[in-house]
Design a protein around this ligand. Structure first.
Ligand code: FES
Length: 113
């Protein structure tokens, strides 16, 4: 049986060769973003309930660093290290997505939903 994660964060850490037309999240600081999520979750003592994993390309490269939070399926784009405490506190802990960082299609889904 899988662990009962209350929230599961995936951070794209995909790296493409220099000069690739699609770019990649790795060159935008993805490893640091993932490390920041792990650190914030550790600080809050939620190990076993919430987890941040590295992911391959999430196919939203132009919005990188790309992050998706489940079970909601909330997509964040352009995530920087300094945004992580806000996402962890407001969304993961309190259940309120950080609107200003939502990818456009995630925003639309929320508006329609
Ligand atoms: S390289 Fe990160 S979403 Fe594609």
């Amino acid at each position: 049986m899988p662990p009962p994660f209350q929230r599961h964060v995936f951070v794209c850490t995909n790296r493409r060769p220099d000069g690739h037309p699609k770019g990649c999240c790795a060159t935008k600081g993805a490893d640091e973003v993932r490390a920041a999520f792990k650190e914030e979750l550790d600080k809050r003592g939620v190990k076993g309930r919430m987890r941040a994993n590295a992911a391959g390309c999430l196919d939203t490269c132009s919005f990188g660093v790309s992050v998706v939070v489940y079970p909601e399926g909330t997509w964040y784009g352009g995530v920087k290290v300094e945004d992580v405490p806000e996402i962890v506190e407001q969304h993961l802990m309190q259940g309120r997505p950080v609107e200003r960082l939502l990818m456009p299609f995630s925003r639309k889904e929320k508006a329609e939903g």
